[in-house]
Design a protein around this ligand. Structure first.
Ligand code: FAD
Length: 313
């Protein structure tokens, strides 16, 4: 689960300022954050997530604790002075310039992050929580990233607009020999983002254009699953009856729990799938791929990035 990882000791609060704001499409806003503190930020690329800490109107970051115990101290604050935390993807990090980009979905005046991005200006203060560079050169950089296909020779990436920044960052990092399919559902045709991908990876932007969230992407993922299952290249165990973890799958209540089911690293999977977005939609895809098609859970990372009608907290 994302929350637990971010409270590890090596995670700290970084002070940054808005260096640029650009409207990428009708529903994506890129915010560039900069600050000398980012000299200590540890980037692992791919779908690396961080927390952004939002200012409290009229109060800013006055009570936000710092130091190693910041998280416990933050939790102990009264609601009125506890800055909201929200999870976002590092779209790109430029260590020399001490800058990072976040691509926000602007979803209106409904949550503190979306509200903030609608009115942020160059020079505004923000805080992020992320991993610090390792204290010794012998240690590897640490960060909260999940994409890990191992030796899979076929990949699937699927997600809605909140997963688009992560998918784009992953695509740009893939080996040129990678083979696979990518389905990204966005609100409108005008929300397709430019991204480069290896020649063997087919990228489909799916515009919702008023349809229910996730329906069009789900159809495409189902079609993909049928194709790989019938071609016998999925490593699928078979139908639902052969899948021993069916009971656990039905028990995830996405209104009460975070849907976050990420397999351990493995080099023993012909297909690797990474699926993120609205939790109800991700749950349905999880059921279909694992129980319906019989994909082994060690082949699929499922991540609920947000939930209709629920604030992240
Ligand atoms: C690992 C991870 C990486 C993520 N990366 C990104 C990213 O790079 N870019 C990005 O935009 N989001 C990303 N998200 C999703 C983002 O954290 C949520 O959308 C978050 O809820 C936004 O916070 P908020 O304060 O705007 O809304 P909240 O206060 O959390 O929610 C308020 C209301 O808004 C609704 N809501 C939340 N998000 C959306 C949405 N996208 N569309 C419509 N309604 C929504 C909620 O259902 C709720 O009713 C990521 C989430 C995770 C877990």
């Amino acid at each position: 689960m994302p929350y637990l990882v971010l409270v590890a000791a090596r995670y700290r609060v970084f002070s940054v300022r808005v260096a640029a704001v650009s409207s990428l499409t009708p529903n994506f806003v890129r915010v560039t954050l900069a600050g000398d503190a980012l000299a200590e930020f540890s980037s692992v690329g791919l779908d690396q997530r961080i927390k952004i800490v939002l200012p409290i109107p009229g109060h800013g970051f006055t009570d936000l604790p710092d130091g190693e115990d910041w998280y416990a101290a933050w939790r102990a604050l009264p609601d009125a002075t506890r800055n909201p935390l929200r999870t976002y993807t590092v779209r790109s990090f430029r260590p020399d310039a001490r800058e990072l980009d976040i691509d926000f979905v602007a979803h209106g005046d409904t949550g503190p992050a979306s509200r903030w991005v609608a009115s942020c200006r160059v020079g505004d203060e923000l805080r992020i929580v992320g991993p610090a560079v390792p204290s010794s050169p012998a240690e590897l950089p640490t960060g909260a990233a999940e994409f890990d296909p191992g030796a899979a020779n076929r990949i699937l990436l699927a997600g809605d607009e909140t997963a688009a920044p992560a998918i784009c960052a992953i695509l740009e990092a893939l080996d040129v020999t990678a083979v696979g399919h990518v389905f990204i559902e966005v609100p409108t045709d005008a929300d397709r983002l430019p991204v480069s991908a290896p020649a063997g990876v087919e990228v489909r932007w799916i515009a919702r254009n008023g349809a229910s969230h996730g329906v069009r992407m789900t159809d495409q993922v189902h079609a993909w699953a049928s194709t790989v299952a019938s071609a016998g290249v999925s490593g699928a165990a078979g139908s639902a009856s052969s899948c021993g973890d069916a009971v656990e799958l039905t028990e995830v209540d996405v209104d009460e729990q975070v849907l976050w089911d990420v397999p351990a690293a493995s080099d023993d999977r012909p297909v690797y799938a990474w699926i993120a977005g609205e939790a109800g939609c991700v749950r349905e895809l999880r059921r279909h791929l694992v129980r319906g098609v019989g994909l082994d859970r060690k082949q699929v990372a499922f991540m609920g990035y947000w939930r209709h009608g629920k604030a992240e907290n």
